[in-house]
Design a protein around this ligand. Structure first.
Ligand SMILES: [Cu+2]
Length: 376
């Protein structure tokens, strides 16, 4: 019906302020600013963009917004300064049917760069270049941003294209969309890999391609087939920003990140017969450490609720243990220091092996015990 869609400009700091002032409705526990409030408080603005666009990505200094055309072979670039200026001057071309102010396209747009077919997403390096995935062309286009990165004829120009394997959706450059992108590489996240790898069955892997962007010409360095999921959005960040634990403090529940209320130390293992909600139950406080599960005999009555609080008391990195009872469809993986709760109803009488299901030492196969379910 229309030749244009709208880029939605949301002044989120102003939205925060409006929430603080209590000008919101609560729906299902979520604070919601109504469209009317957003318009009256000057939070929401539109500006035209070519029909059916795809990604909107912001350049490192926050100065440009690149909208990939998808059905149009262009990136449309808007100036953040010009958007602010138009908002301050209330320089609108009109309002949409709901009353949202529309900023003039020609006032806030600074460039349209012809890239190729199917532009989807744009990432940035540290030198003023933008990299846009071209879904139909199966390429990445490298192009220059405007001032202060590039001036005059050098600005808004495609300088290189690289063929990648089909079909690229997202792409990722280290710390792109941040004030300090790292450059050097871009990774193409390709959705298919037909004709790319030996055929091992109908299910093909998805494929990442690492591209060197340090020189004038982009160069595909390596293919990286992955066996899981469709590679959608991804971010690459500096490894030094990750401060990971090597092991949990012993007795941690990784879901709450607090001490598990039923964690125990070595020597405190025990079995208690009790009731849960009036039903007969056996509660087991167990530890796992190379190469024993304690207790190694668990005797219960048929029909018992069996609840096992299992603590991996290891403090050694990578000393993960498992707790498996095949016939009861139980398999838990416990990282070093983790406490987990395993629960089932012992409805099948018999003697069942439980054992560690994560290789943990040369005595891994000996890390086992018996569940005895006495018939009633
Ligand atoms: Cu083990």
């Amino acid at each position: 019906e229309y030749d244009f869609d709208y880029l939605h400009i949301i002044l989120w700091k102003k939205a925060e302020e409006v929430i603080r002032q209590g000008k919101y409705k609560e729906l299902n526990g979520i604070k919601v600013i109504s469209l009317e409030t957003a318009i009256n408080e000057g939070i929401l603005y539109f500006t035209p963009e070519p029909k059916s666009p795809h990604g909107a990505d912001i350049a490192p200094r926050g100065d440009y917004i690149a909208v990939a055309g998808k059905l149009e072979p262009v990136a449309t670039v808007y100036s953040a300064d010009k958007i602010w200026e138009a908002i301050e001057k209330k320089d609108y071309e009109g309002r949409d049917v709901y009353g949202v102010p529309i900023l003039r396209f020609d006032t806030v747009k600074v460039a349209q760069v012809e890239l190729g077919l199917g532009p989807l997403h744009t990432e940035f390096d540290d030198k003023g270049y933008a990299y846009t995935s071209l879904f139909i062309d199966n390429k990445i286009a490298k192009w220059t941003l405007g001032p202060p990165y590039f001036e005059g004829d050098e600005a808004w120009k495609v300088v290189d294209k690289v063929d990648i394997h089909y079909n690229i959706g997202h792409l990722a450059a280290p710390e792109s969309n941040s004030p300090s992108p790292k450059g050097k590489y871009v990774v193409a996240l390709n959705k298919w890999s037909i004709d790319r790898f030996p055929i091992l069955g109908p299910l093909k892997p998805q494929n990442f391609q690492v591209i060197d962007i340090s020189g004038e010409k982009m160069k595909v360095l390596i293919d990286y087939p992955i066996g899981i999921g469709e590679p959608h959005y991804a971010k690459i960040i500096d490894i030094n920003k990750i401060k990971a634990l090597e092991v949990y403090p012993v007795g941690t529940d990784p879901i709450t990140f607090n001490k598990h209320p039923h964690a125990i130390n070595k020597g405190e293992e025990r079995i208690e017969r009790t009731t849960i909600d009036g039903k007969p139950a056996t509660i087991v406080y167990a530890t796992l450490i190379r190469s024993t599960i304690t207790p190694d005999i668990i005797r219960v009555k048929q029909g018992d609720i069996v609840r096992i609080y299992a603590t991996n008391v290891e403090t050694t990195p990578d000393a993960t243990h498992g707790f498996s009872i095949c016939e009861y469809n139980i398999n838990a993986s416990l990282e070093p220091g983790e406490t987990a709760t395993i629960e089932f109803v012992a409805d099948k009488p018999g003697v069942y092996a439980f054992y560690c299901s994560e290789f943990c030492s040369p005595l891994h196969l000996e890390m086992a015990g018996w569940l005895i379910v006495e018939p009633t």
